[in-house]
Design a protein around this ligand. Structure first.
Ligand SMILES: [Zn+2]
Length: 272
């Protein structure tokens, strides 16, 4: 597998190209392009979050803990209700990623487990889309694709490094194919990872406005019925039949009364 330095350089360069081309070719602002490029660069480190302790992994967690809350600022403000609450949440999130999450991961994860997999790439991109709140779905997509690119560059690089020249012949190391896998050896973990990917995918569809939430079938109520359906019948111009008092007595919905208010004299209660 490629070392930390190689990953940093590759995803960093990829991020620069991505940020620049999204600004020049796709019409995003320079700031949006730069942020997307940074996310690409940082994401090139993400798959190694499950690696053993050491300087590189501490740096990756430090980076993620710093960049994560910044990217989520809009979302945190939405959750917290004010800028101060968002700042407090950002600090909590920093500590949670930097110390709590890193501790849990190092206790539970096998290096080169499902973190080095294509579903993990999808999950990382989905989280980026959901975490980066913006009015424009295109901008959120830009960030998510940036994360996917960086993450993907890491997986591809690990695969490239599993091929070696040996006496003029290409040889595959035992790690070949393990970085760009779809499934791992543990089925409970596979179910968990795919479950997370699908759930977040559905959240992206809803949150990004790609699909409307399932419409709740509402039965016709007094409020949604037309006055005629509620028992009112149009009377040919006889103002003396104006049913104002009857309307007050009945428990007709406010909408009905609004309807009546338009032309009260032309409606008359015909059945109770
Ligand atoms: Zn790796």
């Amino acid at each position: 597998m490629a070392d930390y330095r190689t990953h940093v350089i590759t995803s960093g360069a990829l991020g620069a190209v991505y940020g620049l081309s999204s600004t020049v070719l796709l019409g995003f602002t320079g700031i949006q392009g730069a942020l997307a490029g940074v996310l690409t660069g940082v994401s090139g480190m993400l798959p190694d979050l499950d690696s053993d302790s050491g300087r590189p992994i501490r740096e990756v967690f430090g980076l993620l803990a710093a960049v994560g809350p910044i990217v989520m600022m809009e979302r945190l403000e939405h959750w917290g209700g004010s800028r101060e609450a968002a700042l407090l949440l950002a600090v909590i999130l920093y500590v949670a990623i930097r110390y709590v999450a890193s501790g849990i991961l190092q206790l539970t994860c096998v290096h080169r487990g499902m973190f080095h997999s294509l579903p993990a790439l999808v999950i990382a991109a989905e989280i980026a889309f959901l975490a980066y709140l913006n009015d424009s779905t295109a901008v959120r997509g830009l960030m998510a694709v940036g994360v996917a690119l960086g993450f993907g560059s890491h997986l591809v690089l690990d695969e490239i490094y599993s091929v070696t020249w040996n006496g003029g012949r290409l040889q595959l190391k035992s790690s070949a194919g393990s970085a760009t896998k779809l499934l791992g050896p543990s089925w409970p973990v596979n179910f968990l990872v795919f479950g997370i990917a699908l759930t977040l995918g559905y959240a992206v569809l809803l949150d990004g406005g790609f699909t409307a939430p399932p419409a709740v079938e509402r039965p016709l109520t007094r409020a949604t019925k037309t006055p005629a359906q509620n028992g009112w019948e149009r009377v040919a111009g006889n103002p003396s039949h104006a049913p104002q008092t009857e309307a007050e007595e009945s428990e007709a919905a406010a909408e009905d009364e609004a309807d009546l208010a338009l032309e009260p004299s032309r409606w008359q209660r015909t059945r109770r």
